[in-house]
Design a protein around this ligand. Sequence first.
Ligand SMILES: [Fe+2]
Length: 216
Amino acid sequence: MKCVPYVYDWIWQDNFEKEKYYHKYLIEKELEDDPIGRKISNIGGYQTKDNLNHREEYKKLVEIIEQQSIQIHQELELIPEVKFTIINMWGNINWSGHHNSLHQHTNPPSEDRISSSSVISGIYYLQLPESSGKTGFMKHKVNYSNLSMEPSMVKIPEIFLKNYNNKLLKSNYEYEAQEGDLLMFFSDVLHYVSPSNIENNRRITISFNLGLELNK
Ligand SMILES: [Fe+2]
């Protein structure tokens, strides 16, 4: 019998190695030009303003992301009259000890957000020194419209398991990202970034949300 994995939801991945150098430079420049940025899920670290998708320097990245989203559009069997477009995009820099708490992007708490109807979210990994934080995805989604009900879950007692590395004990999946990776996932998937242990170095990524709009 073949095991068909589905519990991690869908995560789309591709790699854009060549483009990472230019975008890494851009995010480092954001830090110089606007050292305060904004604070959302980051514990320590730095996040840029979330309007990078409207800036000329990021036009190429916007094109790459929207080009990739065509495949997702097809796989989700959406009607041709709609397309994915970027709602917001921002850069992240984490130094040693910094991390991002568990969150989801269905309602990004941004002051200048254009829309809250994010469907797909993503991460572009620009610089990942050894021992930098990993992106963890939770297996189970929380349905906030039904908070009064506890989710019903299968629980096998730990003493029935051969060892404590058993996948059943893990409620999350930590993605082993490579520099240049572009990940996309449903915006309601709960995720986090674990603390970095990178003395004198920095972990740099760009995050974004995609919404659906009618073709013009
Ligand atoms: Fe996130």
